[in-house]
Design a protein around this ligand. Structure first.
Ligand SMILES: Cc1cc2nc3c(=O)[nH]c(=O)nc-3n(C[C@H](O)[C@H](O)[C@H](O)COP(=O)(O)OP(=O)(O)OC[C@H]3O[C@@H](n4cnc5c(N)ncnc54)[C@H](O)[C@@H]3O)c2cc1C
Length: 471
């Protein structure tokens, strides 16, 4: 008889929990001995839903994309698929600020590609020159060399500076809270590169793909739309995971892992705060790369240096509740994104209760205002009171929000958004190569292959499979 594998999971966010759950799925009869270590007082990491005075507040992520199957798939396996809800079709549009006024993003505009001509022609976002330059994309030859390039360079090359400044920067920046001049297109939105390579032009590609996309939407996405969440908020997924794994897995909260030592006999000696050191055969590290770097520095200097090459941005979200009567703007969209060229002090406002039902009481609205990120790091450093004040002023000027809010909650996410800068794929390749020198150590989380919840779940599940199968 072989003794069961001892597996440690470092980090109790969605990635760590998904890894724990996958370990149980893989070994229902003879489970490994699994311990999860979480530095904070609760599991869930950046995912956090709160109930307050009839509002359901999302302090971190508020939804996930459904065309990546791992979040929906996990909900299905956990038996909570019936709790998934789609976005509200009545408000499925976005606004972008142009000269201080919210303007509708042209219909059919997908992150950087105009799929339809007429909405672009009538849009007040672009000048006639900008529209003409965008149209030239149809005739521009595809780039031949395959070196990584920034999102900004790609958009400038294909569509011109105006499209980058007025629409793509705030739309894509909103997802990655990143500087498009540094963001790697290959690591974040490779499908646009494929469109260019296969069709010569993104406009041509999106027009020919329109029919297929519609069919796909019906096949999978239509059930939930492109984005979905759980009726009670994203925390429901954390709760379901924690309930499923906790009978079989030891979950240690308030237990930051402070040291990791490879043993000559194989395995690792792991020390968590206030606990005696323990030996594990496998360790799944789901914490940010700078934390992994701290842990491996004493025995893997080169690896820790490579891990530190990945940068992180910090962001603040101010979640606030308002009476609709106190808001001049009809808020007839999912949210407003703000180009850097508008020189405002906020990045975006999500109209949370327009996206999903039951997020605010009747006659009220929940807003989530994003501050800081890679584009405005100076605003992350200000106090909570100053942040609230700044947000109040911006909401008043941009959306006509007046009166006293029902509540304002400031949620801070220091060094929480990994930045997939140009060269990210090569950087991750090197990190993985160096990790190969330490069998039994597995990396997972949003720092490597995708930043959203579905990717994090996938990476946790993948790491669990590798840990059990020993590769
Ligand atoms: C503000 C914000 C909004 C987002 N919105 C969306 C969205 O709407 N949709 C979407 O799909 N994605 C969104 N994302 C991305 C998504 O939330 C993350 O990719 C995902 O939650 C990452 O999960 P994780 O478990 O890898 O990391 P985390 O949630 O960061 O968890 C890591 C955990 O490790 C713990 N830890 C750190 N150091 C140690 C240590 N030494 N020992 C033990 N534990 C340690 C931390 O306390 C933390 O709990 C958002 C992210 C942020 C920050």
């Amino acid at each position: 008889m072989t003794s069961p594998l001892r597996i440690a999971i470092v980090g109790g966010g969605i990635t760590g929990l998904a890894a724990a759950h996958r370990l149980l799925e893989l070994q229902p009869a003879s489970p490994s001995i699994v311990s999860l270590f979480e530095a904070g007082p609760r599991v869930g990491g950046v995912v956090g839903t709160q109930q307050m005075g009839g509002y359901t507040l999302e302090l971190g992520p508020d939804s996930f994309i459904t065309n990546k199957p791992w979040a929906v798939g996990l909900c299905r396996r956990l038996g909570i698929e019936d709790r998934l809800i789609p976005t509200d079709t009545r408000y499925r549009r976005s606004l972008v600020l142009r000269r201080g006024r919210p303007v509708e993003v042209p219909e059919g505009f997908q992150l950087m590609t105009p799929a339809r001509v007429w909405p672009i022609l009538i849009s007040p976002i672009f000048s006639w020159w900008g529209k003409f330059r965008m149209g030239c994309e149809y005739f521009l030859p595809a780039k031949r060399d395959v070196t990584d390039e920034s999102l900004a360079r790609f958009v400038r090359r294909r569509f011109g500076q105006e499209v980058l400044d007025r629409l793509v920067q705030p739309l894509v920046g909103g997802i990655y809270t990143s500087d498009p001049e540094k963001l790697s297109l290959r690591a974040t939105l490779p499908r646009f590169l494929e469109m260019e390579r296969e069709h010569g032009s993104l406009i041509r590609a999106s027009r020919s793909a329109a029919k297929t996309a519609a069919a796909n939407e019906h096949a999978s996405g239509a059930r939930y739309g492109l984005f979905a969440t759980l009726a009670g908020g994203t925390q429901e997924l954390i709760q379901a995971l924690a309930e499923r794994v906790s009978p079989a897995i030891q979950i240690n909260v308030n237990s930051p892992v402070t040291a990791l030592v490879p043993l000559e006999s194989g395995g690792y000696l792991l020390t968590a705060r206030d606990q005696p050191p323990q030996v594990f055969d496998r360790v799944i590290l789901t914490v940010p790369t700078y934390r992994v770097a701290d842990l491996v520095q004493p025995f893997a200097v080169e690896w820790s240096q490579a891990l530190r090459e990945i940068e992180y941005a910090s962001t603040t979200i101010v979640v606030s509740g308002h009476r609709l009567a106190d808001v001049r703007h009809p808020l007839d969209a999912f949210g407003l994104v703000i180009p850097a060229t508008e020189h405002r002090r906020i990045l975006a406002v999500s109209f949370t209760s327009r996206k999903f039902p039951n997020r605010a009481p009747e006659g009220c609205v929940q807003l989530r205002t994003f501050v800081g990120g890679a584009m405005q790091p100076e605003y992350f450093g200000i106090s909570d009171e100053e942040t609230k004040q700044l947000v109040r002023e911006e909401l008043r000027e941009l959306l006509g929000v007046t009166g006293t809010p029902d509540f304002e909650v400031v949620a801070r996410y220091p060094r929480s958004m990994p930045q997939y800068h140009v060269g990210h794929l090569a950087r991750v390749g090197l990190i993985r190569e160096l990790a190969g020198r330490f069998p039994g150590l597995h990396l997972a989380g949003s720092s490597y292959d995708g930043v959203g919840l579905p990717d994090s779940i996938h990476s946790g599940e993948d790491a669990a499979e590798q840990a059990v199968r020993g590769y």
